[in-house]
Design a protein around this ligand. Structure first.
Ligand SMILES: NC(=O)c1ccc[n+]([C@@H]2O[C@H](COP(=O)([O-])OP(=O)(O)OC[C@H]3O[C@@H](n4cnc5c(N)ncnc54)[C@H](OP(=O)(O)O)[C@@H]3O)[C@@H](O)[C@H]2O)c1
Length: 293
């Protein structure tokens, strides 16, 4: 086992749950930092069977990170969308410096976007770059798992709706590829110092997504685009918090200009395999899009 301790945050989330078994496979020395030990024991399951540590720590509580990062070499920093993301991750960065960590690998996003979450990531990247530790930034594009929310309409119908224009493409990323990249960067150490990796899959429009859904699920599925005001009204009624709606409206505006269309070879060049396709993602998650009504 590698002697360096790697502290991993966000392991119970979308990409974290994919990352944990990949870290086990590589025999890395992992300390999972989680908010709820009992929940994490269940969700992480076999990832804890090979000597990984499980430690309670909350990003809202700086002192818990001061304790949890003692003896840690590398911090893998990832947490979910939150209006206080910048403060939460600042707590972890400052604790990492105070604890004498040597390296931070941060799961970030497209930091060129003017939406609040990417702006928080951009500010956090700047803090990390200035803090004196070695660092790598992972900047995946739109997760394919977002389709589980965007295409929630497929549970009781054959149409899904958003305010993204139908002809605009986005290079969606499979979270399994994000986990492959993160595991590679964590395992390979200094080779990735100072890098910022914009990771994507192929560029697809939401009409392409509808066509792929139709082919894989064997139903005639359509995408409908609506004005952003109509969309805002829809998601407000569904209970989406106002800060998240504000974030998503800005993301939609950014996407509508084609800003998420770029395609990179990061998965292939660094994780060592071609990016997973949308068809693979929908095939492997078909149950999540099956009709229940
Ligand atoms: N969605 C996208 O398309 C996309 C694209 C690029 C980048 N990103 C970035 O990817 C990151 C993860 O996003 P996601 O939506 O996939 O979320 P996620 O990974 O599912 O996030 C939730 C994780 O964060 C943990 N967490 C939340 N609050 C915490 C706290 N106070 N202390 C410690 N841990 C906490 C959760 O732990 P619990 O289990 O305890 O709740 C869970 O493990 C975000 O920073 C996002 O900006 C997302």
């Amino acid at each position: 086992m590698n002697e360096h301790v790697i502290a991993v945050t966000g392991a119970t989330g979308v990409t974290g749950l994919q990352l944990a078994p990949r870290l086990t496979e590589r025999g890395l020395n992992i300390r999972y930092l989680v908010r709820d030990l009992d929940k994490a024991r269940v969700t992480l399951g076999p990832a804890l069977d090979h000597g990984a540590e499980l430690v309670a720590a909350d990003l809202d509580d700086r002192a818990s990170y001061d304790r949890a990062l003692q003896g840690v070499h590398t911090l893998y920093l990832n947490s979910g969308h939150s209006p206080v993301l910048e403060q939460q991750q600042t707590n972890a960065i400052e604790a990492a410096v105070a604890a004498g960590c040597e390296r931070i690998v941060k799961l970030s996003g497209n930091v060129d976007s003017p939406a609040p979450i990417p702006e928080a990531h951009k500010a956090l990247e700047a803090k990390i770059a200035a803090c004196g530790l070695r660092y790598t930034f992972l900047r995946p594009n739109f997760y394919m798992t977002n389709l589980q929310y965007l295409a929630a309409g497929l549970k009781d119908g054959d149409v899904f709706t958003s305010a993204i224009p139908r002809d605009v493409t986005m290079s969606m990323t499979d979270p399994r590829d994000v986990a492959d990249l993160a595991a590679t960067v964590l395992a390979e150490g200094g080779k990735h110092d100072g890098e910022g990796y914009y990771q994507t899959g192929a560029a697809v429009s939401l009409d392409d997504v509808a066509e792929t859904f139709s082919r894989v699920l064997g139903r005639d599925i359509r995408y409908e685009t609506v004005d952003v005001e109509v969309w805002q009204d829809m998601v407000t009624k569904r209970g989406l918090p106002s800060w998240l709606i504000e974030h998503q409206v800005k993301m939609i505006g950014f996407a509508a200009n084609g800003a998420y269309s770029y395609v990179t070879r990061v998965t292939e060049d660094i994780a060592g395999h071609p990016a997973r396709t949308l068809e693979e993602f929908i095939t492997d998650h078909a149950a999540a899009f099956a009709r229940t009504g």
